[in-house]
Structures are given as C-alpha cells and as structure tokens.
Design a binder for this molecule. Structure first.
Ligand code: PDD
Length: 286
C-alpha cells in the first residue's frame, strides 16, 4: 500500500507527489525541516518541534506558509491516514519555486513549499540497540557555521555517517579543535562522576528538542547537569555516554574511537534517562 503524503495543501499517494526542479530546496538546500516521533499513534513534543521550526524560519527570513494549528492537523491526518502506530513525521518547508535559478531570495509573494510524509518504525521505543549501545568515531566537523538552524544541508552529516560505516561503528561525533559538538543527527553527552555533560547551546549545535526535555527531566530527578564543551579525550575517559534525538530518544554510547567506556556496556544514567524520557513524553503526546 502506498503512503499518503502531503504537498502544498494536497494529500496524495507518494507516487503522485511532485515538487518543481526550480524549487529552492532542491537547487540551494534553501529549506528547513523537523522530525517528530510518533508513539502509540501520538506525536511526541509537537509544541517543541513547532517552536524550533518557527525559529529556523525566522533566522532565514522565511515566511511560515502554514500556521502551527494547520501543521498539527496535517501531522495528525498523515498519522491517521497511514495508520502509523510508531514512527516519525518528516516535515520540510522550502523557500519555494521562483520559476528560475537565482542566488537572491525570491519576492515574499513566492509561496514556500510544504512537504510532509510519515515513516513507520514499528517498536520504535523498544529499539534493541538501547540494550547494547552504540559505537562512535570522532571526525572533524566540516558543516557550516549555523548548525542551530535545522536546514536540509545534510551532505557533511551524510559523509560523516559513511565514515562511521567504513569504521564499522554506528555513528560519528563531530569535533572542532578537539571538542565534541554533536553526533551526525543527534546531541552528544558524557557522564563522569554522576555528572551529565553536554555542549552548551550556540550556533555550533542543533538545539535538540529531546535534549531540552532530557535535561529538564534529569534536573527534576536531582541529577547534576553541566552544559559545556567536552573534549574527545574526556569522552574516552568517561564513565558512560549517550546521544539524544527525536528518533533515538536516549541511546547509550559504549565506545568512542575504539575505546570502551566504563564497563563497555550501556550505563545506568543513560538507561534511567531513557526510561524517564519515554515515560514523561508519552504523558504529553498529542
Ligand atoms: N536529527 N543534532 C543534529 C545535527 C540533528 O540532526 C538532530 C536531529 C539532533 C537532535 O534534535 P532533536 O532532539 O530535536 O531530534 C541534534 C533528526 C532526528 C534527523 O535529522 O533525522
């Protein structure tokens, strides 16, 4: 059965969905996106994703072509029409199709392109990887300087993912001058002496919606949180590590550049945070 997707006001079978070759998302990567997870048919932290989308659009002086209320309706409609129980909704907004290629932004009268589709991931919250953990390698971060804007310029993260694959590990941590920024598509954390350490917010990393929730839950559970940059060397000497993202939630990291962390098994802080996160976000899912 083909998926129903959404393009500019229409719900269509995926085979019939098209976007112009002149669309700035295609020609210039002039587009922003969000990925919202779905558990038990409900959206996780939709308000957080809608708020970050508005911020990304604002930073790029792009008008929002749809209201938050319409976005919520479209998300829910796609989840229902595709009978998604566990999975994700991908949303992308581009600066639209000005009818030709030009570096300058088109007039504000050119409407943005809005595309949404679902990805079913049965058993998303029971990912067996949470039991064994992930292995990562570190690579020099060669992305642009505004990683806080969630744009579709994902070529370097894709290259880094391929470097991880070539090294027979699960992901790459992106590093600047020996300090870890984040993973290819997730935020990175280490735990040392019970303290949770993750890079402070800025232009260098994406301001993860899962990160914000996990740090809030950690503080509420009286865990100590330090928002500061940490080095690759510090990571290798950590008791444990983990990553967060809308699709992985909290996922333990057990190895950095071939060095096993702690016992080499997922640590208790990551396991506890995963449990708390899943429990809490299910309560506010809509
Ligand atoms: N990626 N950092 C980067 C570079 C990311 O691409 C992502 C999300 C995150 C985590 O953000 P959040 O917790 O809001 O998902 C951090 C999504 C899942 C993706 O590209 O598929």
């Amino acid at each position: 059965m083909s998926r129903t997707v959404y393009v500019n006001g229409a719900y269509l079978p995926e085979e019939e969905a098209t976007v112009s070759i002149f669309d700035r998302g295609f020609l210039m990567a002039d587009a922003v996106y969000e990925v919202t997870s779905v558990l038990d048919g409900k959206l996780i932290d939709f308000a957080g994703h809608a708020a970050r989308l508005a911020r990304s659009l604002g930073e790029l002086e792009m008008a929002a072509p749809v209201t938050d209320a319409d976005l919520l309706t479209i998300h829910r409609e796609l989840v229902a029409r595709n009978e998604v129980v566990d999975g994700m909704v991908y949303l992308q907004i581009t600066r639209g199709n000005p009818g030709d290629r030009d570096f300058a932004y088109p007039a504000a009268s050119v409407p943005g392109t809005v595309v949404l589709f679902t990805q079913a991931k049965p058993g998303l919250a029971d990912n067996p990887q949470a039991k064994v953990g992930m292995k990562v390698v570190t690579v020099e971060d060669q992305r642009w300087g505004r990683r806080d804007i969630k744009t579709v310029q994902l070529l370097f993260p894709s290259m880094a993912k391929m470097m991880a694959k070539a090294a027979h590990v699960d992901d790459a941590w992106l590093v600047t001058e020996g300090m870890v920024n984040e993973g290819t598509s997730n935020n990175a954390y280490i735990v040392k002496g019970g303290r949770i350490i993750t890079r402070h917010l800025g232009h260098e990393i994406l301001h993860g919606i899962t990160r914000a929730a996990v740090l809030r839950f950690a503080r509420e559970a009286q865990m100590e949180v330090e928002e500061r940059a940490f080095s690759v060397e510090e990571a290798k000497g950590a008791d444990e590590a983990f990553i967060t993202s809308a699709s992985a939630f909290v996922m333990p990291v057990v190895e950095v550049d071939g060095v096993a962390l702690g016992s080499g098994k997922p640590g208790p802080v990551a396991a506890r945070l995963r449990e708390i996160y899943l429990e809490e976000v299910r309560k506010t899912a809509i």
